[in-house]
Design a protein around this ligand. Structure first.
Ligand code: ATP
Length: 344
């Protein structure tokens, strides 16, 4: 896996606000990396710094082995080989689809390149239409085609789906993955929506307060979050308190192995889909609520010691209110309470 984009120790400040705070990110070549974090954490600033629209205060940015930004140098955007796609599409309203897509394309094969790119995004035959004659999803495809047509090394997408309705958004996510992989271009997509990041990214980088706090494949980051904050940001997480004793922590719903020393306080994170209740005669608690969604269901369990926990189960499992259950957990993550690393 070669690195296409590398930001190292990058700081960006705006009169007193630190938007990027010693930011580090390595983006692999030919894959789609989703950068996700809450509003205001610096996602757009990171994208603008990669594109060259934002100068950096400290650190370095390297694009395909070329140093493009330092404290004192800034290669202009048009010399970085980067295409951009924005939330608001930003098409030129008075020129046709073909002219929009061909805008940054030079050379004898311009017409052919525009036609091929439109075919790639599923808009063959739309050459002569104008942006106002297209649906939101089609406009976003044109914006993507315009970014891809000049043959950039890197495509940067800033919340590209947020102006689309839910069905269009899902369709475009799948389309985007197909297109990015078929072209083999490196892509970075910024979103505040964790479900979108998990669904669309080959890799994801989770940001908080100007830094990347964890990166990896969606499965790694979801199943092995480095802190309770990342765990909660990416999905539902129950955090139970416990104390290490003889290489394990008894959470009340299961015993979790740990390397923490005896007496160390810990937080144990459990996702609801890791909780497995079994209906029995006596058990450790009972089912007090059930919300049925069809494909799955949420079951609320009250343990006899007063603890409430949720389990997410396949919809096909038949459970009823008031039934007594035993509970096991399939997985859990232990955090040492005094360990604040990555706990932003
Ligand atoms: P959102 O998801 O809301 O778009 P974001 O994660 O993309 O947020 P940025 O737009 O990068 O966040 O902003 C990061 C921080 O920098 C914020 O506190 C913001 O107010 C500040 N900021 C961004 N641009 C400027 C600017 N041009 N002048 C001053 N402050 C700015």
């Amino acid at each position: 896996m070669t690195t296409a984009i590398s930001l190292s120790d990058v700081t960006v400040s705006f009169n007193g606000t630190t938007a990027l705070d010693r930011f580090d990110l390595d983006v692999p070549s030919g894959a789609l990396t989703a950068v996700v974090g809450p509003s205001g954490c610096g996602k757009t600033t990171a994208l603008r710094a990669i594109a060259g629209f934002q100068t950096i205060t400290t650190g370095t940015i390297t694009l395909n082995g070329q140093l493009v930004a330092t404290e004192t140098t800034n290669t202009p955007p048009e010399r970085r080989g980067v295409g951009m796609v924005f939330q608001e599409f930003a098409l030129f309203p008075h020129i046709s689809v073909a002219e929009n897509v061909g805008y940054g394309v030079r050379g004898a094969d311009r017409v052919d390149r525009v036609r091929r790119t439109l075919r790639l995004v599923g808009l063959e035959g739309y050459e002569d239409r104008f942006p106002h004659e297209l649906s939101g999803g089609e406009q976003q495809r044109v914006a993507l085609a315009r970014a891809l047509a000049p043959g950039p090394d890197v495509v940067l997408l800033d919340e590209p789906f947020s102006n689309l309705d839910a069905p269009q958004r899902e369709r475009m996510r799948r389309e985007l993955r197909r297109i990015i992989h078929s072209v083999g271009v490196t892509a970075v997509l910024v979103t505040h929506d964790q479900a979108e990041a998990l669904a669309v990214g080959d890799r994801i980088a989770v940001m908080s307060e100007g830094r990347v706090v964890q990166s990896g494949t969606p499965v790694e980051v979801y199943a092995r979050p480095v802190s309770p904050w990342v765990a909660r940001f990416l999905g539902e997480a129950m955090i139970l308190d416990g104390v290490a004793e003889g290489g394990a922590i008894d959470t009340g719903i299961g015993v979790v192995p740990t390397s923490l020393a005896d007496g160390a306080s810990a937080k144990v994170m459990v996702r609801p889909e890791w909780v497995r209740p079994t209906v029995v005669d006596h058990g450790v608690g009972k089912i007090v609520d059930r919300e049925f969604y069809g494909h799955d269901q949420r079951v609320a369990i009250r343990l006899d010691d007063g603890t409430s926990i949720d389990a997410l189960l396949p919809g096909s499992i038949d459970v009823a209110l008031g039934e007594r259950v035993d509970v096991e957990i399939d997985d859990a993550i232990v955090y040492f309470t005094n360990d604040t690393a990555g706990a932003r």
